[in-house]
Design a protein around this ligand. Sequence first.
Ligand SMILES: C[S@@+](CC[C@H](N)C(=O)[O-])C[C@H]1O[C@@H](n2cnc3c(N)ncnc32)[C@H](O)[C@@H]1O
Length: 121
Amino acid sequence: MRTGIFQANKRRAKIMREPIKQFLERTTPLGSLARWNRERQLKKKYRQWEKAGYAGPMPNWGKQQTVIEYVKRFSPDIFIETGTYKGKIVYAIMPYIKEIYSIELDEKHATNSPALLTSKH
Ligand SMILES: C[S@@+](CC[C@H](N)C(=O)[O-])C[C@H]1O[C@@H](n2cnc3c(N)ncnc32)[C@H](O)[C@@H]1O
């Protein structure tokens, strides 16, 4: 799996590899259970948002499901995102696509994202 985070205002990119935690979540039964539990919490927040009449911004789970739905429907070889922030979309779609690039304008976020995604320079 290749995952890249690019800093939009500089000509440099970090090639990220999938962290062990995410790899285990994707490939082991115990990891699947942990992922399932986390997704359950996210779904709960999403349902609360629905019940509240869609007030405020859509919770992350809803956004992630929208992107996953498109990835499944069109099966792209490469996914390119602008706006990495903490890399949650990248993390959510890792099981569905092999090559992901995320472009981040803000140096702080571009530097911090590896905390979630792990970098390999
Ligand atoms: C709403 S957050 C993105 C959320 C993220 N995709 C996730 O999965 O949680 C928006 C991010 O876009 C970045 N951003 C804003 N304008 C940008 C641009 N023109 N190019 C790249 N990144 C940009 C911001 O610095 C911020 O980190």
